[in-house]
Structures are given as C-alpha cells and as structure tokens.
Write a protein that binds this ligand. Structure first.
Ligand SMILES: [Zn+2]
Length: 67
C-alpha cells in the first residue's frame, strides 16, 4: 500500500516549484506581468498568459491562487 498523506496537508499538484517561480519573477517586469489581483495589494507576478495558477511573493510570502 502506498504511503497516504493526511488529506488536509496535501497541496494541489504544483506545476511550478518555488525556485522556478523565483526565476520567473526575476525575469518578468511590471509591464510583462499578469497582475491578477489576489488582494488589493497583492497581484500575480508571473508573465501574462502563463499556465496554471497565479502566484506572488517570495519565500514565506509566496502565495498561489487559482484563476
Ligand atoms: Zn497570473
């Protein structure tokens, strides 16, 4: 039987690692970014037209949300 994780701790399948998002953010300037709003002060910093979830912030501030 495969190892089973507590359902409450299982994240949706992440298509981008935190390291990959760090690189994406570093190479995406304000004009190129998606800007989907998560809160009034936090918007997506991935490039426009990206696939999968929106993301913002670095390190412990990293936030991901679904479109
Ligand atoms: Zn986005």
């Amino acid at each position: 039987m495969a190892h089973q994780q507590d359902a409450a701790t299982v994240e949706p399948v992440a298509t981008c690692s935190d390291a990959e998002l760090d690189i994406e953010f570093a190479y995406t300037n304000w004009q190129q970014a998606c800007h989907d709003l998560y809160t009034l002060v936090q918007s997506c910093k991935r490039p426009k037209g990206h696939a999968d979830e929106h993301a913002s912030g670095y390190g412990s501030q990293r936030t991901r949300w679904h479109r």
